[in-house]
Every structure is written in structure tokens, then in C-alpha cells.
Design a protein around this ligand. Structure first.
Ligand SMILES: NC(=O)c1ccc[n+]([C@@H]2O[C@H](COP(=O)([O-])OP(=O)(O)OC[C@H]3O[C@@H](n4cnc5c(N)ncnc54)[C@H](O)[C@@H]3O)[C@@H](O)[C@H]2O)c1
Length: 276
């Protein structure tokens, strides 16, 4: 029998954890999942954005709760796992949206690659790659007991071809794409084909972490780098966070039940364009 696509996107009764769920892209995923019926636990170092997320949900706000979590701290992840069980029960899905770059690991006119401090490199490598691996170890182990579950990781355009200036971020996101494929194979071969692991590679979305690179703060115009991004995006615009949601829900839903180990670019055609 053909799958009923309209029901595939009904997440009623399913519980998801979203790391970085109080941030820009993660926050939209929390709202989208709750609107489709899911229970969602936000796991974030900073919970300042949680109230605004709940306000957006109105009556559905009681489907969302939050835990202060550091994705690089195993005890904190274990405490979050117990809190999810107490509040919502069995976990079905894990979205690893915590991540990002740092000016401390970004080449600039006063800091060449040779001067980037170890601490800056380590911060960005750890946050993105270990900050994805550790939640999978602590939270997704449960999927091996229930025999089902979905994981969604956040890669980037940098995973395909690194952008200038951001060596650590580029390497870390390439590692996330690689790890996504590795874990997908490991879980399917050793546990269940109903445990799936995929990633999205967002194109360019204006956020607090990249605004200083894309927009001139004095004039509000694109920086030369921002203009280059627009010129290399066939659709001629930056993405809106909502542009990601169709792909996110598809990868988390049974509509993609034979899909695992892939990274999907959602980028207005950036990765397809050779520039000529
Ligand atoms: N915004 C973009 O254009 C873009 C493009 C490609 C990929 N991404 C990736 O998408 C993901 C989400 O990005 P965003 O734009 O929403 O960023 P954001 O900074 O708005 O959100 C990231 C969230 O992660 C949280 N966080 C940071 N360190 C943490 C830690 N140690 N433990 C727990 N939580 C922590 C932050 O508090 C924040 O709420 C990131 O992995 C980012 O690298 C973003």
C-alpha cells in the first residue's frame, strides 16, 4: 500500500530533543515539530529564547519544555535524558542544532591562520563535532532499545567546499557530514533499519553569528563577502529560516523512511552553481 503522506507528517505523541533549540534555526524546528503534534524538549546552554518560542505556540506551549544543557558535558546530557523521560517518556527523535563559528577562530586582517589560538580552534571543533557526537551517544542510545528513532545533524555549505577565513568551522562541518554517514551505517547494520541519521546543509541565512561577515554595520549594505554570496546563489537571495523546515520535517518523518546517511543542501542552488 502506498504511504499516506498527509499522516506521515503527524508527529502526535512522539518526543523530540532539539539541542540549540533556543537559537534561530533550532527554535523554528521546535515550533514546527510542536505544531505537527510532537512533544519537544529544548536542550540549550542559554534558555533566554524559550519564552518567545512558547509564545509563538499559543495553546501548544505545553508540548514544549526546556533544560539547560551543555552538549559538551556528559553529565549534563545524562540529566537532560532523565528529564525528558520524566516529562514526556520515550525519546523518538534528536535534532543536533547546537553549533556555530567564533571570531576567535576566524582569519581577519589582524589574525592570520598562523596566529589562530589553539583555544579558538578547539572551541569551534569541539562545539560542532563533539557537540553532535556526544548527544548521539547519550540520547540516541535509547533508539537501540526501542528499535526506532531519527537523528538530524546540522552540516553546512562549508562541508562541500570550505569558505575563506573559517578553517575550524569548515573542517568541523565536513566532519559532521562524514559522521552522519558513518553513524547511519553503524545503527542500521548493528541495530535497526528503523533508526535513521541524516543531516541538512543550510545555505546562507542571516543570523547573529554571521551578520558581522555579511552586512556592513554602518551602511546596512552587503559587505563584499555578502555580495559574493548573493552572486553565487542562483535564486539571488539569502534563505529564510522557514525555507529549511520542509526538508527538516521530511527527514524526521516516515515520508523519508528509506533515506539514511545523507546530507541535503538547502541553499537556493549555491552548491550546484560553478560560478560561470
Ligand atoms: N545560520 C546559518 O546561516 C547557518 C548555516 C549553516 C549551518 N548552520 C548551523 O545551524 C545550526 C544552528 O545555527 P543558528 O543559526 O540557529 O545558530 P544560533 O547561534 O542562533 O543557535 C545555536 C544555539 O546553540 C546553543 N549552544 C551553543 N553552544 C552550546 C552548548 N555548548 N551546549 C548547548 N547549546 C549550545 C546557543 O545557545 C544557541 O541557542 C548550527 O550548527 C550552525 O552551525 C547555520
Amino acid at each position: 500500500m502506498l504511504i499516506d503522506i498527509s499522516k506521515a507528517y503527524d508527529f502526535t505523541g512522539k518526543t523530540f530533543a532539539v539541542t540549540g533549540g533556543a537559537g534561530a534555526l533550532g527554535g523554528d524546528v521546535v515550533v514546527a515539530l510542536a505544531e505537527q503534534g510532537a512533544n519537544v524538549m529544548i536542550l540549550d546552554l542559554r534558555l533566554g529564547g524559550v519564552e518567545a518560542i512558547k509564545e509563538r505556540l499559543g495553546e501548544r506551549a505545553n508540548q514544549v519544555d526546556a533544560c539547560e544543557v551543555n552538549v559538551l558535558n556528559r553529565e549534563s546530557l545524562e540529566a537532560a535524558r532523565d528529564a525528558i523521560h520524566r516529562r514526556f517518556g520515550t525519546l523518538y527523535g534528536l535534532v543536533n542544532a547546537a553549533g556555530g563559528n567564533s571570531p576567535r577562530a576566524t582569519v581577519n586582517p589582524t589574525m592570520s591562520f598562523f596566529d589562530i589560538p589553539d583555544e579558538g580552534m578547539r572551541f569551534v571543533l569541539d562545539l560542532n563535532i563533539l557537540g553532535t557526537v556526544m548527544p548521539c551517544q547519550v540520547l540516541a542510545k535509547e533508539f537501540t532499545e526501542t528499535g526506532e528513532g531519527v537523528i538530524l545533524n546540522y552540516s553546512s555549505m562549508n562541508a562541500y567546499r570550505p569558505l575563506t577565513n573559517i578553517a575550524a568551522y569548515s573542517a568541523a562541518k565536513a566532519a559532521i557530514t562524514n559522521f552522519t554517514a558513518w553513524l547511519a551505517v553503524y545503527l542500521a547494520q548493528n541495530y535497526s533499519g528503523k533508526i535513521r541519521v541524516n543531516a541538512i546543509a543550510p545555505g546562507f541565512f542571516l543570523g547573529e553569528q554571521n551578520r558581522f561577515l555579511m552586512v556592513d554595520k554602518d551602511t546596512g549594505n552587503w559587505t563584499p563577502r555578502g555580495q559574493k554570496v548573493i552572486d553565487h546563489t542562483p535564486m539571488g537571495r539569502l534563505g529564510n529560516p522557514e525555507d529549511l523546515l520542509g526538508c527538516v520535517l521530511w527527514l524526521l518523518s516516515p515520508a523519508s523512511e528509506f533515506v539514511t546517511g545523507i546530507t541535503v543542501p538547502v541553499d537556493g542552488g549555491f552548491s550546484a552553481y560553478a560560478g560561470v
